[in-house]
Structures are given as C-alpha cells and as structure tokens.
Design a binder for this molecule. Structure first.
Ligand code: HEC
Length: 173
C-alpha cells in the first residue's frame, strides 16, 4: 500500500510542478471569448471579466467587488491597492496564474523577513471566501487590467440562475 501511495503522491507533485511551470509568467490574455450562464472565460479557459461598452460589468465582477471589500480589503487595501501590510493584488494578478491565486488564498502564506512577519491567512475553510473565489479572482483580474476603476461598479448584469444554485449548495450553505 505504501508504494501505491508514493506513486500517487509522485503523480500529484508532477501535476503541480508542471502546472507551476506552465503558468510561470502569470495569467494570459484576459479578453472574454465565451460565456456560460453569465460567467465569462478567456481563451485559455480561465474565468475572466466582461465590461460592456456602456460600463455594465458581468455579475462576477460586481459580486467579487463586494466579497473583496468584506474579506480582503482590511489587509490588501480598498480596490486592491495594497497597504503597508499586504501587497496590492491589483498588481499581483499580473504575475499570478489562476491556479496560483486559488492556492495562495486556500492555503495562505507566510513571509518572514528580518523586520516583519506578515501573514496571509488560509481561507480554505471559510465559506464566505471559498464559495466566491472566482468572483474575487474575476474582480481583481478586472482591476489588474484597468477594466474597472477605483469605484463600486454602477451597473451590472443580473445574478445568473445557475449562480444562485451553486451558491446555495456550496459548503452546506
Ligand atoms: C490578515 C491580513 C490579510 C487578509 C485578511 C488577506 N490577506 Fe492576502 N496576503 C496578506 C499578506 C501579508 C500577504 C503577503 C504574504 C507574503 O508575502 O508571503 C498576502 C498575500 C496574498 C496573495 C499573494 C500576492 C502575491 O503578490 O503573491 C494573494 C493572491 C492574496 N493575499 C489574496 C487574498 C484574498 C483574495 C483575500 C481575501 C479573501 C486576502 N488575501 C485576505 C494578508 C492578508
């Protein structure tokens, strides 16, 4: 049994390592090329934002704006602008892949420097974050690409029905 487990672990590590290399230089072209149930996707399949000519944003960007400002802004500053404690996620999203983002938010990170010990908490058990990871990612991706300014999006698409369904079944909500 031990050997089987070792092989399995090896495979997991290989996948993680490969993914890391494939996404080493951050997220790709953010342009939305398709949508499913009100959620937009870029060419590489990662979720992304969509802003119409009249400024109407997709539901996820709007929802992500709200979730970010309830769970993340205390440390990362309003509108993803950063603080003396935590980095500007508006900039981070230019270098982090979607997978990197999910991984850091779920498992946290600790950067111990000589003068400071800044901690990114693990949110893997927090339904208010885990159930809205894509929303927050999409909002920050929009910020990173200057598609959304330092404002609450004034107009947004309606909440998709599929979204409500997923929300009510997420982590026993
Ligand atoms: C208690 C303060 C705190 C909160 C709340 C917090 N973070 Fe962080 N976060 C940090 C710190 C500090 C770092 C930098 C850690 C390091 O340098 O290793 C960080 C790093 C990150 C990174 C990596 C950035 C990079 O440039 O590599 C991401 C992504 C991130 N946080 C996302 C989030 C999201 C999304 C939320 C809200 C769900 C959130 N954080 C809430 C403190 C926080």
């Amino acid at each position: 049994m031990k050997r089987v487990r070792a092989i399995f672990l090896g495979a997991v590590i290989a996948v993680v390592a490969f993914g890391g290399i494939a996404h080493a230089d951050g997220s790709g072209d953010p342009k939305a090329v398709k949508s499913e149930d009100g959620k937009y996707f870029a060419k590489d399949g990662d979720p992304t934002f969509n802003v119409a000519a009249d400024g109407t944003v997709d539901w996820y960007t709007y929802s992500g704006y709200r979730r970010y400002h309830s769970e993340c802004h205390v440390c990362h500053g309003p509108d993803g602008m950063g603080s003396t404690y935590a980095p500007a996620l508006k900039d981070s999203l230019n270098n982090l892949s979607y997978g990197d983002f999910l991984n850091v938010v779920a498992t946290g990170r600790k950067n111990v420097s000589s003068s400071q010990e800044n901690v990114m908490p693990a949110f893997g058990e927090n339904a208010n974050v885990v159930c809205y990871l894509d929303d927050i990612y999409i909002y920050l991706r929009a910020r990173a690409n200057d598609a959304v300014g330092r404002v609450r999006p004034a107009k947004h698409e309606d909440k998709p029905e599929a979204y409500t369904k997923a929300e009510t079944s997420c982590m026993g909500h």
